[in-house]
Design a protein around this ligand. Structure first.
Ligand code: C3H
Length: 497
């Protein structure tokens, strides 16, 4: 986008009106709040919906398969952002892309809410939500960037407010959806659909007044020749895919196992291709090449971190249900409520971290050191949760406080990595690839969950200590390695801090 267009967009957005920020932030905050409300509300009950017996309203899927499905689902949701970003850049513009995405997400939840519960419906719903989130999630984040002038000092704070919106939605929804799902899972999914509908209404009603021209441009539209080429490629690919799936599924060749493996391969291959393309591009300068090399260990650390953090909604969700004493201080706890702990801690601790970085100024740890510390906390969060089994065996119910402690420790890691990583990604990105860096960052989470889909099958009541110990230990070893090589990484960052 040219600077003139960028300025025109900023001028069209009322620059005050939401906590001293552009009015458009109100629209984006609440759109993303409701989208995350629906996504995390659905995920808070989905794992139980899958493995609960049919008599309890579930699908009766084996627990390890359900855990793997949760992980590939999470992986695909972030992977599809690559397509969502491309469609916004070249076909729809961000505003239309995110609106269409919201509609698809809502349909996905409606499928689970009103149609009879079986595995086919679950997969149909997943297709809608994966494509819908790919269209909505990266684009709503990038419009946040569009409403600030390039040198506007409020931008970082704007992203923090936006991150609070995400976590407010993620905090409230498991409490509401989890409670409703006690009566019926379908009703729970219905609440998620209503949440997305509210997000769409907020967006449609307020966008003109609050967002002005932001998101209305197609930055790099397809030429008629490119359109033709893309239509042919998409058409041929759809036919080939339909033939392959139509023959291999009934023949029992394309199984869930194969699909999980394929997602695993894509999860690693796509970011690798991104790195190679950026590194080899003639548009990348030699300093930028050095920064790409510096970014690789940070990316690997992020993958390890998200692999542990995301198990909070899979393995630890199953732990909450099966291993935890769900009566506490006379209160009957729903296992889904544990999903609200992470966002609750984020909302309360984020301002503290923001204050701490300002206070420490130039004395604060470098980006690689913050990443190393983050891995240390992630590893500790898993080591803590192996202690109840160590002290009390693997088959007695444990105090919910163990889970609270584990979620608390991982959040310290999240605050050391997630906001820092977002900003480091944009700073380390080669100029020619700046638009795609948001997708690259989300790919760390996609890769993590693709790897999780492979490893969650090793978790069972008998292997619990070994499982948490190995993964937690691996994170701590990686943390130490990163700490040792962090001065080298810093050097390769060529002046970026
Ligand atoms: O969703 C995002 O864009 C980024 N993720 C977050 O901000 C997380 N803190 C959300 S917490 C979690 C993934 C969902 C809670 O309902 C739970 C992890 C255990």
């Amino acid at each position: 986008m040219s600077d003139i267009n960028r300025q025109k967009i900023v001028d069209s957005v009322p620059q005050k009106g939401f906590f001293g920020h552009p009015k458009g932030l109100f629209t984006l905050f609440f759109t993303e709040f409701w989208e995350r409300f629906s996504y995390y509300g659905m995920r808070a009950i989905l794992i139980y919906y899958m493995y609960y017996e049919v008599s309890k309203g579930g699908l009766g899927i084996e627990e390890s398969t359900a855990l793997a499905i949760m992980s590939i689902y999470g992986s695909l949701v972030y992977m599809s952002g690559v397509i969502g970003g491309w469609l916004a850049d070249r076909v729809f513009g961000t505003s239309r892309a995110l609106f269409y995405g919201g509609i698809l997400i809502m349909i996905g939840h409606i499928v689970l809410a009103v149609l009879p519960g079986d595995l086919t419906m679950l997969f149909i719903s997943m297709v809608f939500i994966v494509i819908g989130t790919g269209l909505l999630k990266p684009n709503v984040s990038s419009v946040v960037g569009d409403i600030y002038a390039p040198g506007d000092t409020r931008r970082d704070a704007g992203f923090s407010i936006f991150y609070m919106g995400i976590n407010l939605g993620a905090f409230i929804s498991p409490l509401i959806v989890g409670e409703v799902a006690k009566k019926s899972f379908h009703l729970g999914f219905g609440i998620a659909a209503v949440g997305m509908l509210l997000g769409l209404i907020v967006f449609a009603v307020t966008k003109k007044k609050n967002l002005g021209l932001a998101g209305t441009y197609v930055p790099n539209p397809l030429t008629p020749a490119e359109k033709k080429k893309v239509s042919i490629i998409v058409g041929i690919s759809a036919v080939v895919l339909a033939v392959i799936l139509g023959t291999t599924i009934p023949a029992g060749i394309f199984t869930l196992e194969v699909f999980i493996t394929l997602v695993g391969i894509f999860g690693i291959a796509i970011p690798t291709i991104y790195f190679v393309v950026m590194y080899r591009s003639p548009k990348t300068t030699s300093d930028e090449r050095s920064r790409i090399i510096a970014y690789i260990p940070l990316f690997i650390a992020a993958v390890m971190f998200w692999a542990i953090q995301e198990q909070g909604s899979t393995i630890l969700a199953a732990y909450a249900d099966k291993r935890t004493d769900l009566t506490f201080a006379g209160l009957e706890i729903s296992p889904a409520w544990f999903q609200s702990l992470n966002p609750l801690f984020i909302i309360t601790l984020a301002p503290l971290f923001a204050w701490m970085w300002v206070k420490l100024g130039t004395r604060q740890p470098s980006v690689p050191k913050k990443f190393a510390l983050s891995l240390l906390f992630a590893g500790l969060s898993f080591l803590v949760i192996l202690l109840p089994a160590y002290f009390g065996g693997e088959d007695s119910l444990v105090s919910p406080l163990w889970l609270v402690l584990s979620y608390f420790i991982v959040v310290i890691g999240e605050l050391l990595l997630s906001p820092v990583g977002l900003s480091a990604t944009t700073k380390l990105a080669p100029a020619a690839f700046s638009a795609q860096t948001m997708s690259l960052w989300f790919l760390a989470s996609a890769a993590a969950q693709a790897i999780n889909a492979q490893i969650v099958k090793f978790y069972s009541a008998e292997t619990e200590m070994m499982y948490f110990g190995t993964i937690g230990g691996a994170a701590i070893v990686l943390s130490l390695i990163l700490f040792v090589i962090s001065p080298k990484i810093q050097e390769k960052m060529k002046g970026i801090r």
